[in-house]
Write a protein that binds this ligand. Structure first.
Ligand SMILES: Cc1cc2nc3c(=O)[nH]c(=O)nc-3n(C[C@H](O)[C@H](O)[C@H](O)COP(=O)(O)O)c2cc1C
Ligand code: SF4
Ligand code: SF4
Length: 247
């Protein structure tokens, strides 16, 4: 089996990072939400895991995947993407990692603030691309590296604050759909938790939500709101920015 990079991504940052690393290392990429369980690994040279930071921790499906993964003797590396800081997320993953990295990427947490402005998005993507080239070289060489921007008060943020996020902030109750919805069904088809169903042409949210923010950021009609906070906010996904980056 070829070396593999597993990833989870809400709005495309971590998917792009996984693909960029794979293009340099010759690994294959696999979206973990398309798998029922981690595949049995037999004699892989290396295994990578790429994912976004949620409240200074790893998303629930990533933690579950990491716990179930049996990497054998493979060189293991993890890369998290975050708007600014990762806390102790990498140290708390239930998977021993030989190397850990964080990459600062555009912020998709539009519940808390506006997405980054265009110049900041461009700058973050260009800087991340340089860092990806550096880390891919280190991964290929099997170098053990810990290059993570933890930020201040990381123990507090990745401990009690992350616990609070997991227990109180993962509700779908504030999701609302406006009259701008045309019933295209994209939100239901793309929700990685499979929690959105279309009823009479309008999305209905179930309880299970990773808070990945894909539905609200990807809706082509900008018809999804999360309480009042997102009403006049812009949306963010990486895709419109990639063409420009490649030119
Ligand atoms: C629920 C949620 C919580 C977040 N918490 C953090 C955080 O604690 N620190 C941070 O720097 N960025 C945080 N972010 C920003 C994302 O980690 C960042 O934008 C990431 O690159 C998104 O990756 P994706 O496009 O692969 O989903 C958060 C985003 C979401 C949706
Ligand atoms: S993606 Fe937007 S427009 Fe399409 S069904 Fe969902 S809410 Fe409606
Ligand atoms: S409901 Fe929206 S935020 Fe929650 S998991 Fe699905 S796409 Fe992500």
């Amino acid at each position: 089996m070829e070396p593999m990079i597993f990833y989870f991504s809400g709005t495309g940052n971590s998917r792009w990072v996984a693909q960029q690393i794979a293009a340099l290392t010759g690994d294959t990429v696999q979206d973990i939400t398309a798998l029922k369980a981690p595949p049995a690994l037999a004699g892989e040279q290396r295994v990578g895991l790429v994912f976004p930071i949620y409240a200074w921790g790893a998303p629930e499906p990533v933690r579950a995947f990491a716990k179930a993964l049996r990497p054998g003797g493979a060189f293991t590396f993890g890369v998290c993407t975050c708007g600014s800081e990762a806390g102790l997320a990498m140290k708390k993953l239930p998977l021993p990692l030989d190397s850990c990295y964080s990459l600062v990427m555009p912020n998709n947490y539009i519940i808390g603030s506006e997405p980054d402005d265009p110049d900041t998005i461009r700058r973050k993507l260009r800087t991340a691309r340089e860092e990806i080239a550096r880390l891919a070289g280190e991964v290929l060489a099997g170098q053990k590296v810990y290059r993570v921007t933890e930020g201040a008060k990381a123990g507090l943020k990745s401990g009690p604050v992350h616990w609070g996020f997991e227990h109180f902030a993962r509700t779908t109750r504030p999701f609302q759909v406006t009259d701008a919805c045309n019933g295209c069904g994209r939100c239901a088809q793309h929700c990685p938790a499979g929690t959105i169903t279309l009823t009479e042409g309008k999305p209905i949210w179930g309880k299970q939500c990773y808070q990945c923010r894909r539905c609200i950021n990807e809706c082509p009609q900008q018809a999804i709101q999360y309480g009042d906070a997102t009403r006049n906010r812009k949306r963010y996904t990486i895709d419109p920015w990639l063409k420009e980056l490649e030119d």
